[in-house]
Write a protein that binds this ligand. Structure first.
Ligand code: NAP
Length: 305
């Protein structure tokens, strides 16, 4: 049964997401539902922070003994240089979307700040990446797709497109087709993949035969009037079995609508948002995330907004 959270008191601890813009974020709704379901006396806030203020904002949250932070556009790369310590996930995927604050007394081991009721002598910031795993979890869950051996067209080579392409390569896809408005960025991602996963075939062009998945990782579709991220003269949606659009607001982009009309399995980016957030809450709390409560709050927030 749902227990309302305790009223905010001097003991309440905080987490937050930092980004610019931030007002559209569904993370507070999702994370506060998760925090309440775990029975924690925490709250999750959202702050608009300029890139030039990111260091100050992280240090401020650290000084106020926040439990942790999420970072969203445009901070994920910048944070690599700002945190005190990088988890393997952040090093592997080259971006930080989750920070856990940790403390220690003297020579003791570092422990998550949630374990201290009084501020420890030393505090550090520890950066993680929970986006990469969330992409493949979201795709597998929503589209019932076996990524090993799959042929995938990735649209976009910005932060999310790069992480997605690298993660798909590590998940054992057979072939990747990378398309980006700025071709040099797709080329750079292709070079990285060829070096790290030489068994994966990478092309910088549209596929010419049937594929398993189109993944939209561009920001085209966020606005109703946006053109399609796919060039219809180069690739038809009839040629793919499934489409995953990382955009979740609007819940159905024109790409997803056309994909459904073409008979494809289709899903938006809500499941990716859910899984990156669930993993972040696990990193902060040390407990399994209450996925059902978080999913329900996220769906309500996005579909009723
Ligand atoms: P980003 O680093 O700013 O990259 C934006 C991408 O979109 C780049 O590939 C960019 O191409 C392309 N693009 C932008 N405007 C374009 C236009 N007019 N025509 C063609 N291409 C255009 O942003 P990001 O962090 O990768 O995010 C990309 C998308 O993924 C966004 O829609 C974001 O909302 C979504 N996302 C969703 C989740 C989730 O949890 N569901 C998580 C992260 C991101 P250029 O390289 O040529 O600029």
């Amino acid at each position: 049964m749902f227990e309302p959270p305790e009223p905010i008191s001097a003991r309440t601890r905080f987490c937050a997401v930092l980004g610019q813009p931030i007002k559209h974020s569904a993370s507070p709704a999702m994370q506060n539902a998760g925090i309440a379901a775990l029975g924690l006396d925490w709250r999750y806030l959202a702050f608009e922070v300029r890139p030039s203020d990111l260091n100050g904002a992280i240090l401020g949250a650290q000084a106020m003994h926040f439990i942790g932070l999420n970072l969203t556009v445009p901070h994920k790369l910048l944070a690599l240089e700002l945190v005190d310590m990088l988890d393997e996930s952040a090093r592997t995927w080259g971006a930080v979307n989750t920070i856990r604050f940790e403390g220690r007394e003297g020579e003791q081991a570092w422990r998550p700040l949630r374990e201290f009721s009084d501020a420890p002598l030393e505090i550090r910031s520890h950066g993680f990446n929970t986006d990469a795993d969330a992409i493949v979890q979201g795709i597998a869950e929503d589209l019932d797709l076996e990524l090993r051996g799959a042929r995938v067209l990735v649209l976009g080579a910005g932060g999310a497109g790069r992480t997605a392409a690298l993660k798909l390569a590590s998940a054992g896809v057979r072939e990747l087709f990378l398309i980006n408005r700025t071709p040099s960025k797709a080329q750079a991602v292709a070079d990285e993949i060829r070096q790290l996963w030489p068994a994966v075939k990478v092309s910088l062009d549209y596929p010419t035969s049937k594929i398993d998945l189109v993944l939209n990782a561009t920001s085209l579709g966020l606005k109703r009037e946006d053109p399609s991220p796919l060039d219809p003269s180069r690739f038809s949606l009839q040629e793919t079995a499934a489409v995953y659009d990382m955009i979740y607001r609007p819940a159905e982009t024109t790409l997803l609508k056309r994909a459904r009309q073409a008979g494809c399995r289709a899903a938006n980016g809500l499941s990716m948002l859910l899984h990156q957030g669930a993993r972040a809450l696990e990193i902060w709390s040390g407990q399994p995330a209450p996925i059902a409560a978080m999913r329900e709050a996220l769906w309500q927030n996005v579909n009723n907004a």
